[in-house]
Design a protein around this ligand. Structure first.
Ligand code: ATP
Ligand code: MG
Length: 401
């Protein structure tokens, strides 16, 4: 048993001492069977959220309506979810009603894929009613029970299947794959934010090419924003994205750069992405374009800013195939910059205005500062007040003549 589970055994024991059943479930059990690193250890129990709150000192009600309580035990957080079924996904967004049930088997039957429907007790014994272990060994994604019904209940499961392909390198079982071909149109009914969250995981995972191939072959792309309006885009992605992307911002920047017909604004609007991601994508693209024209010049580095270096280097590698450029090299070059931002400049707008009392303050002040900044970044002007003022004086004289 992995140490993450061993540490959590007292949590199961505590629930059992109070007369409840409790099991490890979901992604952590799957990942341990695959010998992958475990993220969060999730627990399922027949204790209701109120009962869980009474048993543990530190609890946070993160999803009481779905039966989920977060507990802290030995400085580690665990989600404890009450055994439940889900019924009537009438609005395709959230289950209409969550019904608590008595038995772990019933709880496992509402889960999406057989590999995610395995429970483990504190002795390490597995409860695996849907042959999840066998499918894991065969690297196969199969739905729990009938695939059409499961995807119709919650169409997001189709995107989850694809992102598991990308993360785990599994293939889709025939039944699941055929059901996706028949049902992907239902994705249009669910909140785009939920699809975007799965797409982000898909873009960032190691088997991205395999996942994009299935996205193409099953026709899911026809039900995804932007892809459905631009029929050649999915094939272009297959040709242009050879490896996992670093972030959602990089993914959007990358898609725009090899398919300029869709702007960053369009991507962000249709996928309902945040302003922060939009700005990051723009900054990356601007940095990339400067780099393509000028190379790793002081100006490129100055505009880029350190928090974008990793994504930037990755983007350059993906789009140009140039794997020579390293983050270290970019960081070293950045350290050489005479100034890192405009505040570092040894002159400001007020000082320039004071130099020319007869001129009305206006856009010229900003233009001059831009010029000074550029000269200083490029090492053509020392960042020293007196020197800058002399340069300004000369420039002023030249402009007047
Ligand atoms: P990850 O490693 O990305 O967290 P995970 O399998 O733990 O993967 P979660 O989204 O954390 O995925 O969900 C935890 C568990 O809840 C899943 O393993 C699965 O059993 C169940 N589950 C999650 N989403 C759904 C869904 N849409 N339909 C049915 N079961 C789901
Ligand atoms: Mg999880």
């Amino acid at each position: 048993m992995k140490p993450e589970f061993k540490e959590a055994i007292p949590v199961l024991e505590k629930l059992e001492e109070h007369g409840f059943h409790a099991f490890f479930v979901g992604g952590s059990v799957r990942d341990s069977l695959l010998n992958r690193t475990i993220d969060d250890v999730d627990i399922a129990s027949n204790a209701t959220p109120e009962q869980v709150q009474k048993i543990f000192d530190k609890t946070i009600p993160i999803g009481i309506e779905h039966g989920t309580i977060m507990i802290r035990y030995n400085h580690i957080s665990y989600e404890v979810t009450t055994f439940r079924t889900e019924s009537d996904y009438t609005d395709f967004r959230h289950p209409e009603s969550v019904e608590f049930v008595k038995d772990i088997h019933e709880d496992l039957s509402r889960r999406d894929f057989t590999m995610n429907a395995i429970a483990m007790n504190k002795d390490g014994t597995l409860i695996d009613p849907y042959e999840g272990q066998m499918h894991i060994n065969e690297k196969r994604i199969e739905t729990v029970r009938n695939a059409d019904e499961r995807f119709q209940e919650d169409p997001l499961r189709m995107m989850r299947a694809l992102r598991f392909v990308s993360q785990l390198g599994f293939h889709l079982g025939k039944e699941a794959e055929d059901a996706i071909v028949r049902n992907h149109h239902l994705l249009e009914k669910i909140a785009v934010e939920r699809i975007a969250a799965e797409m982000e995981k898909l873009w960032k995972a190691p088997y991205i090419l395999k996942a994009l191939t299935i996205l193409y072959e099953t026709g899911i792309w026809q039900s995804l924003p932007v892809f459905k309006q631009h029929h050649t885009l999915i094939q272009k992605s297959l040709n242009h994205i050879p490896s996992p992307l670093y972030s959602l911002a990089e993914a959007i920047a990358c898609m725009h750069l090899f398919y300029p017909n869709v702007s960053i604004d369009d991507w962000c609007k249709r996928w309902k992405l945040s302003k922060a991601i939009k700005h990051r994508s723009y900054d990356l693209i601007n940095g990339y374009q400067l780099y393509r024209v000028q190379g790793l010049t002081p100006e490129t580095l100055y505009r880029l800013k350190p928090e974008l270096f990793e994504e930037f280097v990755h983007l350059v590698t993906v789009l140009t195939g140039n794997s020579q450029l390293t983050v270290k090299e970019v960081e070293r070059a950045y350290q050489q910059l005479p100034i890192k931002n405009r505040n570092d400049l040894n002159i400001n707008g007020h000082e320039i205005i004071r130099l020319y009392p007869d001129r009305n303050p206006g856009p010229w002040v900003r233009e001059w500062l831009d010029q000074i900044e550029k000269q200083v970044i490029n090492g053509e002007l020392q960042n020293e007040k007196q020197t800058i003022m002399e340069w300004v004086e000369q420039w002023n004289r030249r402009e007047r003549n």
